[in-house]
Write a protein that binds this ligand. Structure first.
Ligand SMILES: [Zn+2]
Length: 236
């Protein structure tokens, strides 16, 4: 049976996010590999060892173990898919609308609090000369403000650094964090056009029959998000 995935376009770039599989794969990347083999045979995978930091790996070729320790992958190589692995954290995919480069970002609360989305936007400009207004972005499925209860300390830290719009009391009175909303805000703050940012409304915990949620009990299941440029994406 063909693994299930959700597809999007970011300008010429393609995004694929794998959904919950009927049987948990041995390797979370297996469904992605199977789908990519049809979408773009021979494409290499550039992934990283995610550590909830803000380091960015510039991939010139496929990565292999030990993977670089980083939480974002950027590349201009058409032979590569940039990949991140999540289960409640935000998978963020970015692409130049002119087809010069792509980025895959793992944005959990630590990376988001440290501003990883804006750092990646800045990296795409400094490394590839792509201005923020030229980017398109997809905020993939992640735990939503409906379900993401955090400690009062973290809620206060986030509000102090990023403003109070992203932390609201949940039904039990404890703070809930709007992580996807904060990631969208950071992109816009970094001068990405709001209309060029899609997604961010799907909660992995509410919709855990469709995705994987670490907090929903899927400790070993993972959602895999990839972005790549088709061979005919015209470089500028
Ligand atoms: Zn929810």
């Amino acid at each position: 049976m063909r693994p299930d995935g959700e597809e999007h376009r970011l300008g010429p770039a393609r995004v694929l996010i794998t959904r919950r599989q009927p049987i948990l794969p041995d390797d979370p990347l297996d469904p992605l590999r199977e789908l990519l083999a049809r979408e773009k045979p021979g494409v290499g995978i550039a992934r990283v060892h995610q550590v909830h930091g803000v380091d960015i790996h510039h991939a010139a070729g496929p990565t292999s173990e030990p993977y670089p320790r980083a939480d974002a992958v950027v590349t201009a190589e058409r032979a590569l898919a940039a990949v991140v692995v999540t289960a409640d954290c935000v998978p963020l995919l970015l692409a130049d609308r002119e087809g010069r480069c792509v980025a895959a970002v793992h944005a959990g609360w630590r990376g988001t609090h440290a501003g990883i989305a804006g750092r990646v936007v800045a990296e795409l400009e400094s490394r590839f000369g792509v201005r923020p207004e030229e980017l398109a972005a997809r905020v993939g499925p992640a735990i939503g403000p409906c379900c993401y209860e955090v400690s009062s300390e973290l809620g206060a830290d986030i509000a102090a650094r990023w403003g109070g719009d992203w932390v609201h009391p949940g039904p039990a009175g404890r703070p809930h964090l709007d992580l996807p909303g904060l990631v969208r805000f950071q992109l816009v703050q970094a001068d990405v056009e709001e209309s060029a940012v899609g997604g961010g409304g799907e909660c992995t915990l509410c919709e855990r029959e469709r995705w994987y949620s670490w907090r929903g009990g899927d400790k070993s299941g993972r959602l895999v998000a990839a972005v790549w440029l088709p061979d005919d994406a015209s470089p500028v």
